[in-house]
Design a binder for this molecule. Structure first.
Ligand code: F6P
Length: 479
């Protein structure tokens, strides 16, 4: 197996400056958690931004030393953090790709800086890679890196995986720079997307917005012919390291934490619902809180007998919409607890901050029901992690139809429209009162699907598709 060089906006660790030096955390988000396990097994290097501005020597930051692969930092200035990371990536591409174009700030300076930073990632990649290493670039922050690497003379096949949804042509063409972005996208030899819906959007948008492009579809795969050659786009739903999460979830520290929380809550015949995610407007947290309120109002037998544990991880805090969301969520939690709670029962237990993975696993173990109800999500690995911890098949997954995971898990999850508050309230009730036999049957089905389609299979299938591009017949002629 060749070494792998992963390139993503963030390294798997996030470094923060403190008064006495640096503090290191695992990076937030599904990308980092899924790829970390993979890289530990495969070896190679991970190129990315450590999360703070200015130059940094990672040795000073006390990053984990024995992870089995190298960490190669790419530095950003404060201005680049604002214009490339917060600006173009998260005030333009993030809302646009999640169908929330009214949130977009189409600022030309952001585009300039996005190009500069993508070029820097390409240069660092070119300087890092050895002759026989595979290169895999990730996500919307780095969509120009393939083309920039070509400009630097790189000829090996390049893979790109988009972790977010890919939007429809109608939405994409609002982006003033969509033509350049799409041209750069097809400079990659293999483009991976999460779902068939994303592939269908790509299939329509590419020939319509780039007139020289011709597309052929064969099941879950597109062959894209363009003036510089040929690329492949294919559906590869990302997953988790099922075996490792299951093992961690039953390890002694997680057992102890699970036991400790249970003891402190002191509520035996109680049903716990769980929401856990980055504090992001795509995750549908206010909608979920409203649905929970509605469920308590519609179904009085839930009163005093259910609790929603909602944990959020602060994210992209300098962006207005994220600050507004934090206030909105706090207001909704207060409203629910004030209007529906009592002295001896708090309907929503809300926390916001960093939580270690062991604690999150303990919460998954505790939760009878997981509410994974984003208004739009590329995949959503919380849904899969939750099921991996349910070794006794004792949980129910309520899942939004707009999460990529719904394409794979729709048979056994309770599928909801997060905008339909009554339907969500009903699903909450159904989940809380489901017969044990049905719970077990559904959870068994979910776990089998996720165990089989795990992160290693995802990576192998993607990398084999890249590998096939080394075949001289399918190599683009003009490179
Ligand atoms: O999964 C989408 C994603 O943007 C990843 O690329 C990223 O690692 C994660 O969410 C967390 O977001 P951020 O890096 O902006 O904190």
């Amino acid at each position: 197996m060749e070494d792998l060089v992963v390139v993503s906006n963030r390294l798997p660790v996030e470094v923060k400056r403190t008064q006495d030096g640096y503090r290191v955390h695992p990076s937030p988000g599904g990308l980092a958690s899924a790829l970390d396990k993979l890289m530990t097994q495969r070896g190679g290097a991970w190129i990315g931004w450590p999360g703070i501005t200015g130059p940094i020597n990672l040795d000073d930051a006390d990053t984990p030393k024995d992870v089995g692969y190298d960490l190669v930092p790419v530095s950003l200035t404060e201005r680049e953090r604002k214009e490339y990371y917060l600006g173009f990536s998260n005030e333009i591409l993030w809302p646009l790709f999640h169908d929330l174009h009214p949130f977009c700030e189409f600022e030309p300076r952001f585009w300039e800086t996005y190009q500069i930073v993508n070029e820097r990632f390409a240069r660092t990649t070119k300087e890092t890679i050895d002759a026989d290493e595979r290169v895999w670039i990730h996500d919307y922050q780095l969509m120009l890196v393939g083309e920039k690497l070509r400009d630097l003379g790189e000829t090996r096949p390049l893979g790109f995986f988009l972790h977010t949804p890919f939007p429809s042509e109608n939405i994409l063409q609002r982006l003033p720079w969509h033509t350049v972005l799409l041209r750069s996208l097809i400079a990659f030899d293999v483009i991976g997307v999460q779902t068939r819906r994303d592939l269908a959007n790509l299939q329509t948008a590419l020939p319509s917005l780039l007139p020289d492009v011709k597309i052929e579809r064969d099941e879950d795969q597109l062959t894209i012919e363009h003036e510089k050659g040929e690329s492949t786009a294919k559906v590869f739903p990302i997953s988790i390291d099922f075996a490792s999460i299951q093992a961690q979830a039953t390890s002694s520290p997680v057992e102890r934490e699970h036991e400790r929380i249970h003891q402190r809550l002191l509520l035996d015949d109680h049903t716990y619902l769980l929401g856990v995610e980055r504090l992001d407007y795509t995750k549908g947290i206010p909608e979920r809180l409203k649905a929970f309120q509605r469920a308590l109002e519609f179904y009085p037998e839930l009163e005093g007998n259910v609790t929603l544990i909602q944990h959020t991880h602060p994210s992209r805090e300098q962006i207005n919409q994220y600050e507004d969301l934090r206030e909105l969520v706090e207001r909704e939690v207060g409203r629910t607890n004030g209007a529906l709670g009592s002295v001896d029962w708090v309907p929503v237990r809300y926390t916001c901050g960093h939580m270690g993975f062991e604690k999150i696993l303990a919460l998954y173990r505790l939760a009878d029901v997981a509410l994974v109800t984003p208004i739009r999500d590329g995949m959503n690995l919380v849904a899969k992690e939750y099921c991996a911890t349910k070794v006794n098949h004792d949980g129910v997954l309520v899942l939004s139809k707009f999460a990529g995971a719904a394409e794979e898990l729709c048979d056994n999850a309770l599928i909801v429209n997060p905008h339909d508050v009554d339907q969500m309230a009903e699903a909450i009730y159904v989940a809380c009162t489901m017969e044990p036999e049905e719970r077990r049957r559904r959870m068994k089905g979910l776990r089998e699907q996720i165990e089989e389609h795990n992160v290693h299979r995802w990576a192998n299938e993607f990398l084999e598709t890249v590998e096939r591009r080394t075949d001289p017949v399918s190599k683009p002629p003009s490179r």
